[in-house]
Write a protein that binds this ligand. Structure first.
Ligand code: FES
Length: 616
């Protein structure tokens, strides 16, 4: 088959690809990640590129997204256009995935550092006629009876060389109570572990010094699986319906895990061979995919995972490039859609030990809600959809430089842009702000209807003038074409508001139903914890204003950052926390919301954009 070179501008990157390759795939081959939240279905329009030569004919989805004029200028959807000759494509910033802000601090917890992997420096006496013990016995005697003999054959094979080559001064690597490696000299301080939080949207890696528990470096990146679909459902569909779907998803996550470990190790100035253990949290689908376990049962009713408990496998078997002996501990799941990341949130926040009624909400593409009442734990997940992560919103983007993250309305619209640059789109916290403010000034009704300028009589004049009608319907312009970096206005459509309502409704209904499970009302909540990046950036008054979360007096609402990531660090650094994680996963009652009576009514009710009534 003929191959052609495609060059991407302005970066100048290029790739040689077979004829018929989509421009999206060719971009990936050139190390360019384009937005593709619809998974390349031609629906979202986020993968727009301008092709000057070498593409095949325009497809129907492209005619729906672009005007005749834009098509004449060469605008194409990268997921639909295929390479048909030597090609050149201009990639606008708005189509490129960019680095984004990720909550990495989380809450700090005091723990006794007692990792599963430890190192012990030994000074051994060489053998002589009075002490002719076997080499292995010599090492094991020095380690004491708590340490079991090794299994790997290569350790026995390397043992004589390491002992004699080092003058009998060695360091034993002990994993899970068994001798796992022997190194020449005293390397006891060179012991690191990686705690990894694999989210649907982002992957965060904490490189930790195992003897002290200190974080040596943090690296984070978008989960590259996003190019195959923004949410868990679309990835599950890919995994079960495409012959190599699960393998490609697994390869994508393994690649980013390797890259993040290497990046963090470089930053800390240590070789990746000094990483002796990995601990992973993630939702149930993510952990199945990482382990190469087909998530088939998760894709259809009755939604059955292959495993629930913790798994420990060799890093080498997963293709993770660290010390060859390193184990990977994957924290346990709670249920099909409530995973090890939620266990991490519970571990980190200790709500399993808290008195009173504590609710933890991790707002992501899947919203996870945990209700703890005096140690009794229940958890559910709600399919909030990716609106709060900036997807399925016409001007949506993730919380990255260029994202409007705050909106306020007085006489006119004011906003804040992350990175203090020209605005490019709207992220989740900006969306919640914008919707809350538009409801407050009477431009959007409580039922979510975006009014026409003449209907929004109570809104200030300058605000009303931002309501424009075009062939797609009414829009509210937050930033004009002149203000935005793309030269296109940043505007909210009626459909965008609907998406925000659906996401808000799913989470608010989830909280209400979980409270009903324990016979409680919103005002009974002693503490409401907001976890995840969105929980960190969101303005509480806006979230309360549209009824996303209940209004609680005093300081009962707390942001706890990336609590799941803190949980990953806890299970990396402490075998006791590891046991606790397993106990928590067993103890939590998994609530399947859709099976609860009144689910649909609650959901419809929760779509209203107004503060939750007291006692709802
Ligand atoms: S339209 Fe191309 S990825 Fe969505």
């Amino acid at each position: 088959m003929a191959r052609y070179t495609i060059t991407f501008l302005p970066s100048g990157r290029s790739a040689s690809v077979p004829a018929g390759t989509t421009i999206l795939e060719a971009a990936a081959a050139s190390d360019l990640s384009l937005h593709s939240p619809c998974g390349g279905q031609g629906r979202c329009g986020k993968c727009a590129v301008q092709v000057t030569s070498g593409a095949d004919e325009v497809k129907p989805p492209e005619r729906r997204v672009f005007s005749e004029e834009e098509l004449a200028e060469g605008w194409r959807l990268a997921c639909q256009a295929r390479v048909a000759g030597a090609a050149e494509a201009f990639v606008p910033d708005s189509s490129l995935m960019v680095e984004h802000h990720i909550a990495v601090d989380g809450i700090e917890r005091e723990i006794v550092v007692e990792p599963n992997v430890r190192k012990v420096a030994l000074r051994l006496a060489p053998p002589d006629v009075d002490d002719p013990r076997a080499d292995l016995n010599r090492v094991m005697d020095a380690l004491g009876r708590d340490v079991r003999a090794p299994r790997p054959l290569h350790l026995l094979q390397e043992l004589p060389g390491v002992l004699r080559g080092s003058g009998y001064q060695v360091t034993a690597v002990i994993a899970g109570g068994a001798l796992a490696g022997l190194e020449a000299g005293d390397t006891s301080a060179e012991a690191y572990g990686a705690a990894i939080d694999i989210g649907t949207t982002t992957v965060v890696t904490y490189l930790c010094h195992l003897p002290t528990g200190e974080v040596a470096a943090v690296a984070s990146e978008l989960n590259p699986q996003s190019q195959y679909g923004e949410d868990v459902i679309s990835r599950l569909q890919m995994a079960v319906s495409e012959p190599d779907g699960a393998a490609r998803l697994r390869a994508a996550v393994v690649e980013i895990v390797n890259e993040l470990i290497a990046r963090a190790a470089r930053e800390a100035g240590v070789p990746v061979s000094s990483v002796y253990e990995i601990a992973v949290v993630g939702n149930t689908c993510m952990t199945h995919l990482l382990l190469g376990v087909p998530p088939t049962g998760l894709a259809a009713v009755p939604f059955v995972p292959v495993f629930r408990g913790a798994q420990t496998v060799p890093a080498a078997a997963l293709g993770i490039e660290v010390n060859p002996e390193a184990p990977v501990f994957v924290a346990p799941n709670i249920g099909s859609f409530v995973g090890a990341d939620t266990v991490g949130v519970i571990l980190a926040s200790e709500i399993d030990r808290a008195e009173g009624l504590v609710v933890a909400v991790d707002i992501g593409t899947n919203g996870e809600i945990v209700v703890a009442r005096n140690g009794e734990l229940r958890a559910c997940s709600t399919a909030a959809g990716p609106a709060f992560e900036g997807a399925r919103i016409s001007c949506g983007m993730r919380a990255a430089a260029g994202a409007i993250d705050e909106v306020s309305i007085g006489d006119d619209v004011g906003y804040h842009v992350l990175g203090e640059v020209a605005p490019q789109g709207l992220c989740g916290s900006g969306l919640v702000d914008a919707v809350a403010e538009l409801v407050r000034v009477g431009v959007v009704t409580e039922t979510g209807r975006l009014l026409k300028a003449e209907e929004a009589a109570s809104a200030p004049e300058k605000v009303r003038r931002r309501l424009v009608q075009n062939e797609d319907g009414i829009q509210f312009v937050l930033a004009s074409a002149q203000e935005s970096s793309s030269g296109r206005p940043i505007a909210l459509t009626a459909r965008d508001i609907r998406q925000a309502q659906l996401a808000k409704g799913a989470i608010a209904a989830g909280i209400a139903l979980m409270l009903a499970e324990v016979g409680a009302e919103p005002e009974d909540i002693d503490r409401l914890l907001l976890a995840g990046a969105f929980g960190n950036y969101i303005r509480r008054e806006s979230a309360v204003g549209i009824g996303l979360i209940p209004a609680l007096a005093g300081d009962r609402i707390e942001s706890v950052g990336n609590a799941a990531g803190v949980g990953a660090r806890l299970v990396l650094l402490s075998v006791a926390e590891r046991r606790r994680a397993e106990e928590i996963a067993r103890r939590v009652e998994h609530v399947e919301l859709s099976e609860r009576e009144g689910f649909y009514d609650r959901f419809v009710d929760a779509m209203m954009l107004r503060p939750l009534p007291a006692g709802s």
